[in-house]
Design a binder for this molecule. Structure first.
Ligand code: ZN
Length: 233
């Protein structure tokens, strides 16, 4: 697929859904902890996949939060050109929804309204004892200590940890949007990581409008552009 072919199909599309992975946020300076130069290869003795598991959170909330505050929170990150373009398409009425595996809230910061966050968000948190909600700013006031509720309970980020199920409302919202889409753009994800592949199976539109935009080439996807999302969207 050439850029020109993509632009033509894009101009005709009326119900775009964007399915985004970590690559969308890396252009805002947020590291992808699955990539080769990502967090997996940094200074921590315990692999991030273990630290970011539900088991580890409940056993060692102190070490979980040390890592979480250090690596998962990036307050300086701003929406990039890709986030802004998707928000613009939604305002223009040609984009149904953004489905994202990212937890940074940058789509909403860019102005997108209909966003399904499959892995939750760092922007909200709740007490595991009484359920009281806390903002990111509120729990940061207690950092680097484990954030604690006024009731004494431990506060947990509304992020889907390893070993936890994806939120039902995000799953069903995403599937519904993808089923209605006349163009599905998959961006910044290798498609090998669960659950990306299974979601894309719900697309019912034209084959030529199932489009992949990724930094590196992905095998077996004919309609593909390789490069920066912020420049190609
Ligand atoms: Zn509480």
């Amino acid at each position: 697929m050439t850029i020109e072919e993509y632009k033509e199909r894009l101009a005709e599309a009326k119900r775009i859904v964007f399915f985004g992975g970590a690559g969308v946020s890396t252009e805002s300076g947020i590291p992808d902890f699955r990539s080769v130069d990502g967090l997996y290869h940094q200074k921590y003795d315990v692999p991030p996949e273990l630290i970011l598991s539900a088991d580890y959170f409940y056993k060692r909330p102190d070490l979980f939060y040390k890592f979480y505050f250090d690596k998962m929170i990036c307050l300086s990150a701003k929406p990039n050109a890709a986030h802004l373009k998707l928000a613009q398409w939604e305002r223009e009425g040609k984009l149904l929804a953004v489905v994202t595996q990212n937890i940074d809230g940058l789509h909403q910061a860019a102005g997108s309204k209909n966003v399904f966050e499959l892995h939750g968000t760092t922007l909200s948190n709740h007490c595991i004892h009484c359920g009281k909600q806390y903002s990111l700013e509120e729990i940061l006031l207690q950092a680097p200590a484990v954030p604690t509720c006024t009731c004494g309970g431990t506060i947990k980020p509304d992020v889907v940890l390893y070993g936890e199920a994806l939120p039902n409302d995000a799953i069903y919202g995403a599937i519904d949007a993808i089923e209605k889409a006349d163009m599905l753009i998959v961006g910044g994800t290798s498609l090998t990581v669960y659950p990306a592949a299974s979601f894309i199976g719900n697309y019912r539109g034209k084959e030529e409008n199932l489009i992949v935009i990724n930094k590196t080439h992905i095998d077996n996807f004919p309609n593909q552009l390789n490069g920066k999302l912020g420049e190609l969207l």
